[in-house]
Write a protein that binds this ligand. Sequence first.
Ligand SMILES: [Zn+2]
Length: 358
Amino acid sequence: MAVRLSRSREEVSRCADLDSKKGVGYRSVAYMGDWAYALDSSRRKPVVRQDLGTAQLFTDLAVRCIGPGRIGVVWFKKEPLVSAKDAKVRMPEGLWIKCDHCKEIIYKPEMERNVSVCPRCQFHFRIGARARVELLVDPDSFRELHAGVRSQDPLHFKDQKSYPDRIKAAKKATGMEDALLSGAATIGGHRVLICALEFGFMGGSMGSAVGEKVTRAIEDAIRERNPFIAISCSGGARMQESVLSLMQMAKTSAALARLSRARLPYISILTDPTTGGVTASYAMLGDITIAEPNALIGFAGPRVIQDTIRQELPDGFQRAEFLLNHGFVDMIVERKHLRQTLIRLLDFFAGVSGAPLS
Ligand SMILES: [Zn+2]
């Protein structure tokens, strides 16, 4: 018989082995339905009981795979059926990104050219601290300060991982020493002290190193009589440092009070997300508070609040637009206009006449 039918690939394989010992070579082995077919090499058009057309197709495929006149075994792997609903779009790693908001597949370089904003729906993707600072300051003007301030582990805190291990992993992932980048730069020619939180470093949480760096940046601003700008992106306090983390709220707020007494401006930029202890301290103390569109800004999460007050929360609760309507935020500025807005604000504070603020 030219055609051998079998239930499983293993069985076909075993038959093929046995037959090859008997001197029978196979041209191809194919799957059809639940059946596997091994096609004899001695015939070009083997007779298949079910469907001659399909058998011819397999023979042609085998000839193409092995080459005419040669003997070999080709496996046609039977893929499991996937419904169109479950099928995932496969795309090359790194070149395409799915928008979290409109679910559109976007070409990543196009999105990056658009300051990491979705070109279809204007959703603002989260960006790292360094990219954030570079977007706002004059080219090549940023000089990092206090880079050596690092977190310690005075409480020897350990959950699933030890705190030093978590720091080590975060350092590796972000290339930063802690969750805050701070330094001096110029924006539209105005010298400023600027700091930005890196969400990729333990959720941008404020431990003692972050608090210390914010405080030092403010103190630098006072000493040099320059404005201070902070960009927030944080999950809140760093629980691994417990009360030492909470102390940073008082420390940074006190430093800002000194900045205010020195009559120097502080511009706070809130990005998605700004929550917990960072919201409850320096992020909300700006002379001017700017938020990016749709940024989540709040102290406790909505579920905690809902469970506490036992009331349905309004639509858009804790989003930048809601905060603007309720007076917590002065303006919502799209990322592409942030730098220009800062320049106009700094011009205004410096008494430079220019375009009026809108
Ligand atoms: Zn989108």
